[in-house]
Design a protein around this ligand. Sequence first.
Ligand SMILES: [Zn+2]
Ligand SMILES: [Zn+2]
Length: 368
Amino acid sequence: MAQDQDIANTATFACKSCGASLKYKPGTAHLVCEYCGAMNDINPPSTPIEEQDYETFLSKAVTETDQLTIAAVKCQNCGATSSIDPKIASSLCPYCTSPLISANAVDEKMIRPKSLLPFLIDAEKAKSEFQKWIDKLWFAPSALKKAVIQADRFKGVYIPFWTYDSQTLSQYVGEQGVYYYTEEQYTETDSKGNTVNRTRQVRNTRWYPVTGQLDFFFDDILICASKSLPVNYVNKLAPWDLKNLISFDEKFLSGFICEKYQIGLKEGFDLAKAEMTKALESKVRQQIGGDDQRVISVNTSYSSVTFKHLLLPVYLSAYSFKGKIFHFLVNARTGEVQGERPWSSAKIALTVIGGLLLLFILYLLFKK
Ligand SMILES: [Zn+2]
Ligand SMILES: [Zn+2]
């Protein structure tokens, strides 16, 4: 398909006025020409973002319209596959700072995202949010703080996610515990050294077998499909304003990096099931009721499973410091900053010594 060829080469879109390449301007619905400043509108399809049926999608033959092709390079170090601007000879992997060579780019096919949240804040704003955040880290090494800010490595990356909906039906076997109290005799030695007999209330649990059934519908379980980012920090970037998702349009990608999922559709659903299982167990406990519960088995069937593949915008900076990679992430919708907190052992030692010194001075003062 000719159109498919275009897609692979359209990491850039041409300006209608001068033909130069266009970049998406965060917070708007336009592409802006870096050369003549002309605004070119993006008109994303206003069709509602539909869920795709999971089973149907897996069993049918993949068609061209199901796919998106991007010119991408796979990082040999961390395994991330990200889009690359063919005009730049080399760059650094946004996740691990290893060098990436544009000449190694290949047409990478992936399940076409159905929707995305475009970048809302620009790189300058992200940087200032990050500056505020890192200034608050008292115990971070000053050299690292300075280096990270100066490096200006913030790259706008669309991170791939899956969301799943599922109807669940669980059959469970468990026990309901009901508390009852009994009196118990014990002896105690009082202050005069005499042994005295006393009684106290003791709590016991009586267990009753329970079986039951639980119906529950899960909506939009969000699973990060990147493996090159620390998942706990990615999760802390939430909440995302998913109600503002718009239909996917490649123009929103221009000027930004797009990562291909490393966690596929099926693996993502396994992760979603693990989350659902955890949530269902606490729902089963609620339904068993009583004072305490034992869950012996929960057998869940999943039906009407649907999914969406979507891209969420993050400014990302990876920085290698003393042989360790530090990741800093900014939610490009809210400005929320997350990252690995570096600790300076020298600063901590100084603070501890300072504290001890203060105690010692106070001690000397009070002694007088
Ligand atoms: Zn132009
Ligand atoms: Zn990498």
